[in-house]
Design a protein around this ligand. Structure first.
Ligand SMILES: Cc1cc2nc3c(=O)[nH]c(=O)nc-3n(C[C@H](O)[C@H](O)[C@H](O)COP(=O)(O)O)c2cc1C
Length: 366
């Protein structure tokens, strides 16, 4: 139904218009109270998929990645699709338009997207009341909300730490975990934000506001050299972060078969072609940390093999975004079912048994 009817309709629209249609449909469905009904279609659960991290209980390890719902418009609907956690944002303090349109491009031949959104955000004034309403009216026990915190573009790099901290503080009561995004390739600031001392300043400024000790993670990009990544991992240890999200979109264009006019669009590439790059970042983080910092893997995950592959490389949780666009919302259910079947077939008691499991990796030769 999604691939034969909904996707062709959405793909007949320009990518950002389609995105808006999806968000508005979600928003209306949420207002009509349809998330409860939707949940009945996504009831598949299995105790083997449960995991506990950062002092939180995840019903399953499959999360929604940042960027789909930047302004908290339909959170209960995404949650109702059966995710173990959803990530909203990136949120900035001040409202901002982002880059000029067009700024999202589909690459169907590669099952990929290039976006250069540049953090369009309605800002805290709009997002905080929506987040509070979600928290009080729509959220169900066991639902977990991650919030992606981004830098307001017009704010100088000197003021970046207090800008991030302000967003964190405004939302810290309603989020279960927080992800500091310093790896967006679309604002021209990625190198400065991923610079060791700046990152430390940002993380410490946020930590200072973290009265409730909410789990704090940083989201890194896939285009760092192994040395640069190693340095940032050290910063994460020094700042006693709770976890690392790997990765954001890539500025690289490798192994694409889409026409040149699409490949050459500026922006961050997501979807299938990102998978290997993201996976090797996850593997490096796991190898360097010996599993002491939980990793959330994101980048090109589109089926159960990808989930398993990321977890064997060291991820404790995974997230998806682009695959949802190509495969549709039932993908979440499918991943949970397939993952349970995989665990059963391999006599594993829990999804946790996959994390960094070298012996199984060898046996499966993935
Ligand atoms: C249109 C679009 C907007 C995004 N916006 C954000 C964002 O605001 N913050 C962020 O950390 N990541 C953002 N991302 C990156 C995703 O969260 C994810 O890291 C990336 O798309 C790789 O995962 P995927 O291949 O499953 O899509 C965005 C991605 C897309 C496609």
């Amino acid at each position: 139904m999604y691939k034969s009817v909904v996707r062709p309709l959405l793909f007949s629209l320009d990518a950002e218009t389609a995105h808006k249609v999806v968000l508005q449909t979600g928003h209306v469905a949420q207002a009509l109270g349809l998330s409860g009904m939707l949940r009945q279609f996504s009831v598949f659960e299995d105790a083997k998929l449960e995991t506990e991290l950062f002092g939180l209980k995840f019903k399953n390890p499959i999360g929604l990645a940042a960027g789909l719902d930047k302004n908290f418009e339909a959170l209960s609907i995404w949650q109702a699709l059966g995710f173990g956690f959803i990530e909203a944002g990136g949120v900035t303090v001040h409202p901002q338009k982002g880059n000029p349109r067009p700024r999202i491009f589909r690459l169907p031949q590669d099952q990929a997207i290039i976006n250069r959104m540049g953090f369009p955000s309605e800002g805290l004034e709009v997002v905080v009341p929506r987040a509070t309403r979600y928290h009080s009216s729509y959220r169900k026990p066991g639902d977990l909300l991650a919030i992606n915190v981004a830098k307001t573009t017009k704010v100088s790099m000197d003021e970046a730490p207090s800008d991030f901290a302000q967003t964190f503080e405004a939302l810290h009561e309603v989020g279960d975990l927080f992800i500091v995004d310093v790896s967006c390739p679309n604002t021209g600031e990625i190198a400065k934000l991923q610079e060791k001392n700046k990152l430390k300043e940002i993380l410490l400024a946020i930590k200072e506001k973290n009265r409730e000790r909410k789990p704090l993670l940083v989201k890194l990009g896939p285009d760092l050299s192994p040395t640069e990544l190693g340095t940032l991992i050290e910063v994460c240890f020094e700042c006693e972060l709770d976890g690392i999200v790997a990765t954001n979109t890539t500025s690289k264009r490798e192994g694409l078969s889409s026409p040149e006019r699409l490949q050459s669009q500026q922006g961050g590439l997501s979807g299938k072609p990102l998978f290997q790059r993201a996976r090797s970042v996850v593997a490096q983080i796991y190898a360097e940390t010996g599993g002491r910092i939980p990793i959330v893997a994101v980048g090109g995950i589109s089926n159960c093999n990808d989930v398993v592959d990321m977890m064997l490389a060291g991820a404790s949780l995974v997230q998806i975004y682009t695959a949802l666009i190509y495969e549709g919302p039932l993908l979440v259910q499918q991943l949970k079912k397939d993952l349970t079947q995989f665990l059963n077939t391999n006599n594993l008691k829990s999804v946790n048994d996959l994390v960094g499991n070298m012996a199984l990796k060898e046996a499966l030769r993935v």
